[in-house]
Write a protein that binds this ligand. Sequence first.
Ligand code: 16G
Length: 242
Amino acid sequence: LRARDIENIGHGPLYRRLQTAIKAVIDDGILKVDDALPSERDLANELGISRVTVRNSMRALVEEGVLVQRHGAGTFVAPRVEQALSRLTSFTEDMITRGMNPGAVWIEKTLGHASPEEAMALNLSPGTEVTRLRRLRTANEKPMALEYAVVPRAFLPSPEEVEKSLYDALAKYGKKPERALQRLRAELFDGETAKILGVPDGSAALYIERRSFLANGTPVEFTRSYYRGDSYDFIAEMQVDA
Ligand code: 16G
């Protein structure tokens, strides 16, 4: 990173441009996951800018989830999460497997009546009682996705049953999904969703719809979610036909 790079990148206040420049270095793979960033002082000296500017950019990148600060150790590139597309797992399991701490900020946890779209997805009659779960999902406190799950009440008597993991709550009633269909689509975060996830308005999102089913084919879950395009990779394994 050189002073010249920052002058030529983006627009707006210097700290914003430094923020964009650091992100570009990460996107280009020059700095990789878990790599340490130079100290505030070193970076300020090297670039001939003030420490306050460097601190503001770092803080913004931490808020965005691009960097993580570890007490006493410094600032590092935050991990991207990779999820295999062929295994049916829950967010909680996915994070635990990666040694990360899954968390949630609840936005909605209510009983309601299936909308026509939900009824179609879940093979119910419109108006059937459903549990609605809307939450911001975090990994090591970093916002990762906004998820909106709808489950027929018949499988989950009360939304309060879900403390942390939806799949654990379903498992208690012997209703853990065994198969799922998922649709992925590129979208841009709109203002409100961007704010909840702490990313800039209009940044890349991965929209994912999952319908999951019991072994006998009954739909148990219809979930619509927005994953951060800058932090989530979905990996699919492919084979030629035998
Ligand atoms: C994953 C699923 C979501 C499911 C959730 C259950 C995707 C895109 N979505 O986030 O459909 O409801 O796991 O997680 O993978 P939980 O048991 O931790 O609540």
